[in-house]
Design a protein around this ligand. Structure first.
Ligand SMILES: [Zn+2]
Length: 130
């Protein structure tokens, strides 16, 4: 005679406590909203800083106006001189980054910002223009 033994019914396991509760979901949603708000704010601040830098760059005279105003009788081929200290050592750098086409020319001696230029670059050759 075949006797089939039935396994006793398994007891239901108690509910686990690792499920995410309602309070945890609210906290998570708040954190996500806060992170998104901070990212938007950071992006807006960066944009404002870029606009300020561009406005400062536009506030400098271009090379023609600089020469007209500060060196009307200076016809040297070697460029201009600093209007504050007379130094001929002038460096230029990009407004935001090294390769930025918006250039600021600064005196190496007294560190004064003198004038601005816009560098038109091609793939093989770069030169300065006004
Ligand atoms: Zn100078």
């Amino acid at each position: 005679m075949l006797c089939l033994q039935r396994n006793p019914p398994s007891k239901l396991l108690p509910p686990t406590h690792n499920a995410i509760g309602k309070n945890d979901m609210n906290l998570l949603a708040t954190l996500i909203i806060a992170v998104l708000a901070l990212a938007c704010l950071s992006d807006k601040l960066k944009q404002l800083k870029r606009e300020d830098l561009h406005s400062e760059w536009l506030g400098l005279p271009d090379l023609c106006k600089y020469k007209e105003h500060y060196q009307p009788n200076h016809n040297s081929r070697n460029g201009s001189t600093c209007c504050y200290c007379g130094s001929r050592s002038i460096r230029h750098f990009g407004l935001v980054a090294r390769n930025d086409q918006r250039r600021i020319h600064t005196c190496n001696h007294c560190n004064a910002n003198l004038y601005r230029t816009y560098r038109q670059s091609t793939s093989t050759n770069t030169h300065l223009s006004l």
